[in-house]
Design a protein around this ligand. Structure first.
Ligand code: ARG
Length: 467
């Protein structure tokens, strides 16, 4: 095994098992671009501040760019035995440039280096995930627009409760996802400060220019405290929180789709390309995608607990425990991306079976509140109207009828306030059409919220563009 870069004070080579145990290149290798980007900014600053010569700075930058191109093209493979991506790039630079390469790490530590790499890396991932969520939101709004008149039962306790429309139901998820998008932007806003130049923990005696590196790397400003800069991983936790919530929303949506494509509901039919079969039961068409999303939500939540638990007892500043941050947050990111990438086209190709939604809404007394409200509008106090309607529902159940088919005589036995217009008042279409309250399911109210959601989406897209 080659000498470690820090071999100076050691009299033995590091044990093979320790080396393998310690090494993070298997998972931090994915940050090579960001590592090189950070090093280029650092080398530029070192040259501009006269800490190294301009010539050395330019040579280092040239060497780093070549390494980047070579890794990108596959010409240079990451060495699985390297301690981490930072050591690998620096060692490769020195291999190529000799002594000049050894000047890159002046006034820097791997502690600020890894912190800057991770922030740069996560910034790109947040942007990518946000774009995927934007596409998902647009997809859902597109479907909602086609279903502002599609009546379905709304549920509480998974019992039919009151009539809504499919558009109304879908838009509930749109608002959740808009908040997820907003949260991702917030995480980015707080994360986008530069730890480069914090050194190992206590800054440096060189006359560095941290403002310059922060600016070169597109950060809002340098971090104010060098200990904080290398110690905290709150941005990983915050991002994982935002991802856990996003997954929670996708998981609830998935659970509903699983129910909806069961024979018991049959509100939707998944496209064959987004469903799977059984190895034994020839009739089966399984919603594996949605089940996996539901399952992976647990995994992403697990990553969050890993991060929180890993951080809770650490003294300042850097501790090796923190190397564990990457596998957790990368796992959360990878799985969220997989889920959104699969969920969006699955939704876009899903067939909505309007008749079944409507039939389900037509049974189960979901107009009972409207029947009570009918009496209230004729002057009866709500509690009395509620009781009478409850009695009528019980009567319908015992006679095998619904409120729509119960004869007027039976209604009038309860109170003379009932007349012929009760049937119109409790018809499914009236029940939906009249729910015009702000945020409610009437086609008119849903049209307003679709327009508002589109405005909100545009605002979040332009905020993202400016970030
Ligand atoms: N691979 C390390 C990590 O991910 C880089 C920082 C190492 N710093 C140190 N003082 N050993 O955390």
């Amino acid at each position: 095994m080659a000498d470690m870069m820090w071999a100076g004070r050691f009299s033995k080579q590091v044990d093979e098992t320790v080396n393998a145990f310690n090494s993070s290149i298997a998972f931090d290798g994915r940050m090579y671009r960001h590592d090189i980007q950070g090093s280029i900014a650092h080398a530029t600053m070192l040259g501009d501040c006269g800490i190294i010569t301009k010539e050395d700075s330019l040579e280092i930058i040239g060497g780093l760019k070549e390494i980047l191109a070579d890794i990108d093209s596959g010409k240079l493979e990451l060495d699985p035995n390297a301690e981490d991506i930072h050591m690998f790039v620096e060692a490769e630079l020195t291999k190529r440039l000799g002594d000049v390469g050894k000047r890159l790490h002046t006034s820097r530590s791997r502690n600020d280096q890894v912190a800057v790499d991770l922030r740069l890396y996560l910034r790109d991932e947040i942007s990518e995930i946000s774009d995927m969520v934007i596409t998902l939101i647009k997809t859902i709004i597109g479907i909602a627009k086609e279903h502002t008149e599609t009546v379905m039962p709304g549920y509480t306790h998974l019992q039919r409760a009151q009539p809504i429309t499919f558009a109304h139901h879908l838009m509930a998820y749109v608002w959740m996802l808009l908040r997820d998008l907003d949260r991702l932007g917030d995480v980015n806003k707080r994360m986008n400060y530069c730890p480069l130049g914090c050194g190992a923990l206590a800054g440096t005696t060189y006359k560095t220019n941290r403002q310059q590196t922060a600016e070169l790397l597109g950060f809002t400003a340098p971090m104010e405290n060098s200990l904080d800069g290398v110690s905290d991983r709150d941005y990983c936790v915050e991002l994982n929180c935002a991802l856990s919530l996003l997954m929670t929303h996708l998981s609830r949506f998935s659970e509903e789709i699983i129910l909806w494509c069961s024979w018991e509901f049959k509100f939707v039919e998944l496209d064959d390309a987004f469903a799977t079969g059984s190895s034994i039961m020839p009739q089966k068409k399984n919603p594996d995608v949605t089940e996996l999303i539901r399952g992976k939500t647990g995994r992403v939540n697990g990553d969050l607990v890993t991060l929180l638990t890993m951080m809770k007892g650490l003294p300042l500043a850097y501790n090796k425990d923190m190397q564990e941050d990457k596998e957790a947050i990368f796992d959360a990111i990878d799985n969220v991306k997989l889920c959104v990438k699969t969920f969006t086209p699955m939704l876009a190709t899903m067939r909505v079976i309007k008749e079944n939604m409507r039939n389900a809404a037509a049974r189960g007394f979901i107009n009972a509140t409207d029947c009570a409200d009918y009496l209230v509008k004729k002057g009866m106090p709500f509690r009395d109207a509620y009781k009478i309607t409850g009695t009528l529902v019980a009567e319908c159940i015992s006679k095998g009828l619904t409120l729509e088919t119960l004869p007027l005589d039976d209604y009038r036995k309860m109170t003379e306030l009932f007349s012929d217009d009760v049937y119109e008042a409790i018809s499914l279409d009236t029940c939906v059409r009249e729910r015009k309250s702000y945020g409610g399911p009437s086609p008119e109210a849903v049209a307003v919220q679709i327009a508002n959601a589109e405005k909100e989406l545009d605002a979040l897209i332009s905020a993202k563009g400016q970030a």
